[in-house]
Design a protein around this ligand. Structure first.
Ligand code: NI
Length: 136
């Protein structure tokens, strides 16, 4: 079994909040990430695929293919966007790194499967100290 990881980057704005809570309560729970006028992160996304190598190509998945899936499904939709407002697959969700990782998994899983590979992990790095890994 081989594991292959592709890194992509995007930067985006967000705000963590519940609209039924006051700004004070949101700040208490979500801290600076609940700033009412938004803020941004330089996110890193690591998509790990597992599978066997093809006898024909020696690849688990062609990196060009993987990169295209991640770019078209995720990066084009999230990069330089407001995750709370602009990204359809984040609608109605609190834009934590946890929820971002789960949403990204759900967006790309079927496409990866179509190439006879399995999605193993989606890792979202929000800051140099904080990251999330989702294994489905
Ligand atoms: Ni934040």
């Amino acid at each position: 079994m081989i594991f292959l990881t592709r890194r992509e980057r995007f930067n985006a704005a967000h705000r963590l909040f519940r609209k039924e809570w006051s700004d004070d309560k949101n700040f208490e729970v979500f801290g600076k990430c609940s700033n009412p006028n938004w803020h941004g992160h330089n996110y890193e996304l690591f998509v790990t695929i597992k599978g066997d190598t093809s006898d024909e190509t020696g690849f688990v998945i062609n990196l060009k293919t993987l990169s295209k899936i991640v770019r078209e499904r995720i990066i084009d939709k999230m990069d330089h966007k407001n995750l709370n407002i602009d990204v359809e697959f984040m609608a109605g969700k609190i834009t934590t790194a946890e929820n971002i990782a789960i949403a990204i998994w759900n967006e790309i899983e079927a496409d990866i499967k179509a190439y006879d590979c399995h999605l193993h992990c989606v890792k979202v790095v929000e800051t140099e100290n904080n990251s999330i890994e989702y294994y489905g």
